[in-house]
Design a protein around this ligand. Sequence first.
Ligand code: NAP
Length: 138
Amino acid sequence: MVRSIGADHVIDYTQEDFTHHEHRYDLILDNVMNHSLSDCRRALTADGTLILNNGTGGGRWIGTLGRMGLAFVLSRFIRQRVRLAGLPSNEDLPVLKERIEAGEMRPVVDRTYPLSQTAEALRYLGSGHARGKVIIAV
Ligand SMILES: NC(=O)c1ccc[n+]([C@@H]2O[C@H](COP(=O)([O-])OP(=O)(O)OC[C@H]3O[C@@H](n4cnc5c(N)ncnc54)[C@H](OP(=O)(O)O)[C@@H]3O)[C@@H](O)[C@H]2O)c1
């Protein structure tokens, strides 16, 4: 699935830990947040950027407020940048629509549930293994 949306190289997290590779990355978007900040920084180039998504759930290393504070403080002392992913806004939607219509982005829809099965949809999302979006059809 990840290759089908444009990835050139894929690391299977069940087999390898990307923070233990020799490879250094200019940009890491951490969607899962199950590595320590120091592990992520080690995988970055000297002036690379780490973007933290708003991870939730078990194994994630620090609460949202703590992450914001840490990102703010660290950014003043190190060359690497630590940022929080912005919240989606209404202004983003037309940009996303244009990119999707131009074929530059392909949304991945895993499952679609009827409104009456919203609880089941949320349980599935909460499993931590939904691939892309879970849709409630209204
Ligand atoms: N969904 C939203 O509307 C929304 C809104 C704001 C922020 N976010 C944030 O965006 C991030 C992604 O959310 P999500 O809704 O897509 O659900 P999610 O449950 O965080 O992501 C599920 C996906 O992550 C993969 N995954 C699980 N553990 C992994 C690991 N250790 N390393 C790499 N991949 C792993 C799963 O693949 P496998 O099945 O192969 O394990 C599955 O494809 C989260 O941090 C969430 O808090 C989501």
